[in-house]
Every structure is written in structure tokens, then in C-alpha cells.
Design a protein around this ligand. Structure first.
Ligand code: SAH
Ligand code: SF4
Length: 389
């Protein structure tokens, strides 16, 4: 049983139907309210002009407009925008907008952008070749917790520890805000759960936010364009697969191919070691022609040995995967760092030679520390800050 009532932004249309019927409202108002919030992105009840005044007052009293307050936008040289958002209790989280131009020749950039499954982008390339103006596709990276309980030593969220879970309204609310901040010619294409926190440790709110973001009456994101990234919570991977029929794109933070190395980097591996995790991936009800993204943060002297790349190639054999190598972004709280470029290239070469699609993710927004998974935390200062507006 829920102890607190669902925030209005977290309610699905059927839940609106129930709560509004109880208030004596007509049945179609449920869809209208949901559409105002999730399709049109309006959180000010006063602007919901087709609703009766008493209902607008009720929505205001429920705190509809008070989910997230944008505090600051940091814009990087490469167009990446990091939004610092304040929550109702004063905590701050971050979300990042990563634009990338579509069109011929842009694949390297696309592959670098995010771990989202983009296997069906041929339609866009065809349009671009036919002379259509290139659109700017935006991937948004969102947070699911303030901090994280998983304790990975290379990660700022892990070092900070878990402060609290986000509600579904705060997770989906990031996308409502991000979408409202899109610029001319930009289109929100992908959402990746790769910001602060472990999405599957906050399963209920994460699953609800997935239903909100992919609802046809709302933002209507395609499930295959929404990627949940996890450090490997095995029971919840199975649950996600069952609840969404395998439709949600899955990214796994692997970071090592043997238990000793992985446990040293990621404490979760002691609870769910590699054989358990790999079994969960094999059991994930992945639709045909889709692949699981394997994220591998390369940490100098820890997991960057070519022998580890060979073990990884062996470990993943037979699984439909693509591999993203991410040279570690240094964080203040740790002396760990990225390997030299040649070492990264050698690691990639082993995997490419073994027949895997393997990309090195370009670091985006470095000048504002906005790279996914490396968000500036809890008031810590980025190295360079340029506020907008
Ligand atoms: N908790 C989830 C999702 C958030 S982290 C997970 O771990 O998958 C998103 C990604 O960023 C993960 O692959 C994580 O390992 C990576 N990451 C975290 N800190 C990083 C850093 N300092 N440098 C490079 N990648 C990092
Ligand atoms: Fe948490 Fe992911 Fe960071 Fe690990 S890498 S501490 S799971 S956010």
C-alpha cells in the first residue's frame, strides 16, 4: 500500500479516471488532464483552459506545478546542456540534453552519443540523402535517485551515497522540462536512464516513469528509444523484462569480465556475480534484431588490459550486444582515471577483431562536467561554468 498519494504528474490516465470520477468530474476530463501535463507539458493549472475552474483549483492545491525548479543551465562548447534542477525538499539533481545532427556521415557522432538502440535510423539517412534539412536529434540523460547506494568507486554518485529515491513525477518531470527547453529544429529522440542513481534500485518509480514517458496520450516515446542502464540488479532486470515484454532498451554497466576485477570496481558484483548477471541477460526477452548495450568504463590499471578485453569477448559470446567503451571521466573524490588513448584503442581493437560492434564514447560536455554518469553532484562545482539566461 502507498503511504502518500501519487503526485498528479505521476498519475496515469486510468488513475486520473478513478480520482476524478470520485470527485464527480466527467469521464473525459481524465484524458484531458493527462494530455495537458504529458503531451503539452503544461504544469500550470491556470493555463488548462478547457477544465472547470474548480478542477484547476484542485490541481493547484495538489501541488501540480511544484515538481522541479530549473536552477541553472550550463551549456558546453559542443551544444550539450546540463540542467540543474531543484526538488521540493531542496535537493538538486541533474539532467543532460545531448544534441546530435542526423544525416550522412554522422554515425560516428551518433554512436558516441548514448547507448540507446538506434538500429532503425536508416529512414533518417534516406531523408537526409534526399535533401531534407537535417534534424537535430536530442538524447536526454535523466536521474533516478539523489546519489546512489551502489558505491562504484569511479562514480561521483556512488561516492556520494544514496540521499533518496526520486518519485516518478521527478523522473518523468525531467523529460517534461527537457522537452520544453528544446531549441529550434531539435527533436527529443531518446531518453537514457544514465544520470544520477541506479534506476532498478528505485524500481517502482522507474517503471512508472517508463509508463508515463511511453504513454500514447503523453510524450509517446517509443519504448525502444528509452534505455534503462543498470549496474546489474539481477532480480529487477528480470522484472523489467517481464513488465515491459523486453521492449525497453537495456544497457548493462559491465566494466569488467572477471569477478575479482568487477567486485573491486562495483560492490554489487559481490551480490550478483557475473554468471548470474549473464544468465539474466540471456533470459531478457529481447525482441528480434535488438541488442543489449554493454557499457564498459575504462579505468587505468584496473580493467583496461587487453587480456581483459579477450575475456570480455569470450564472456559475451553468443549474446546480441554492442559495446560502448567509456574512458573514465576523472572525479574529484577518486584518484582513478582514464587509460592512455593507445590503451583504449588497443582494447577496442581486440573486441572489434572478435566481431563485436564496439565504439568509444566521445566525452561530451566535458567543460561543464556533463558527461552522462558523471554529473556534478550535490552542489560540487564544475571546473568551468557558463550560466545561460
Ligand atoms: N546506475 C546506472 C546508471 C547510471 S550510471 C549504471 O550504473 O548503469 C551511467 C553510466 O555512467 C554507467 O555505465 C556508469 O558506470 C558510468 N559512469 C559513472 N561514473 C563514470 C565516470 N566517472 N566516468 C565514466 N563513466 C562513468
Ligand atoms: Fe550508482 Fe551507476 Fe554510479 Fe554505480 S555507476 S554508483 S550504480 S550511478
Amino acid at each position: 500500500m502507498r503511504s502518500t498519494p501519487l503526485h498528479p504528474v505521476a498519475r496515469l490516465p486510468e488513475e486520473w479516471s478513478a480520482s476524478l470520477a470520485a470527485r464527480g468530474e466527467r469521464s473525459f476530463t481524465a484524458k484531458q488532464v493527462f494530455q495537458w501535463i504529458h503531451r503539452r507539458g503544461v504544469l500550470d493549472p491556470a493555463a488548462m483552459t478547457n477544465l472547470p475552474a474548480r478542477l484547476r483549483e484542485h490541481l493547484a492545491a495538489e501541488g501540480l506545478g511544484e515538481v522541479l525548479t530549473p536552477e541553472r543551465v550550463h551549456r558546453s562548447e559542443d551544444g550539450t546542456r546540463k540542467l540543474l534542477l531543484r526538488l521540493r525538499d531542496g535537493a538538486t539533481i541533474e539532467t543532460v540534453l545531448l544534441p546530435s545532427v542526423s544525416g550522412p556521415g554522422s554515425h560516428a557522432q551518433l554512436d558516441a552519443d548514448a547507448a540507446a538502440a538506434l538500429d532503425d535510423d536508416e529512414d533518417d539517412d534516406a531523408a537526409a540523402e534526399a535533401g531534407a534539412a537535417p534534424r537535430v536529434r536530442v538524447t536526454q540523460c535523466i536521474s533516478t535517485q539523489v546519489g546512489c547506494a551502489m558505491g562504484c568507486g569511479f562514480c561521483a554518485s556512488g561516492v556520494a551515497g544514496l540521499k533518496r529515491h526520486l518519485g516518478a513525477e521527478e523522473i518523468a518531470g525531467q523529460v517534461l522540462l527537457g522537452r520544453a527547453m528544446l531549441e529550434e529544429g531539435e527533436e527529443l529522440r531518446n531518453v537514457v536512464y544514465m544520470g544520477m542513481g541506479e534506476p532498478l534500485h528505485n524500481y517502482e518509480a522507474t517503471a512508472r516513469s517508463l509508463r508515463l514517458l511511453t504513454h500514447p496520450e503523453g510524450i509517446n516515446l517509443s519504448t525502444r528509444r528509452v534505455t534503462v542502464s543498470t549496474s546489474g540488479l539481477v532480480p529487477e532486470i528480470a522484472r523489467l523484462g517481464a513488465d515491459f515484454g523486453g521492449q525497453i532498451a537495456l544497457a548493462i554497466s559491465l566494466h569488467a569480465a572477471d569477478d575479482e576485477t568487477r567486485s573491486a570496481l562495483m560492490p554489487i558484483n559481490r551480490k550478483h556475480p557475473l554468471d548470474e548477471l549473464l544468465a539474466a541477460l540471456r533470459a531478457y526477452p529481447l525482441p528480434r534484431r535488438r541488442r543489449i548495450t554493454i557499457e564498459y568504463t575504462l579505468v587505468a590499471g584496473q580493467n583496461d588490459d587487453p587480456a581483459e578485453a579477450r575475456r570480455l569477448a569470450k564472456l559475451l559470446r553468443g549474446l546480441p550486444v554492442k559495446i560502448n567503451l567509456i574512458p573514465m571521466n576523472p572525479i574529484e573524490a577518486s584518484s582513478l582515471g582514464p587509460p592512455a588513448q593507445e590503451r583504449v584503442a588497443a582494447f577496442q581493437e581486440v573486441l572489434t577483431q572478435a566481431g563485436y560492434s564496439c565504439f568509444v564514447r566521445r566525452r561530451r560536455g566535458d567543460d561543464v562536467s556533463a558527461a552522462c554518469g558523471q554529473l556534478v553532484l550535490l552542489g560540487a562545482k564544475p571546473k568551468v561554468r557558463r550560466a545561460l539566461g
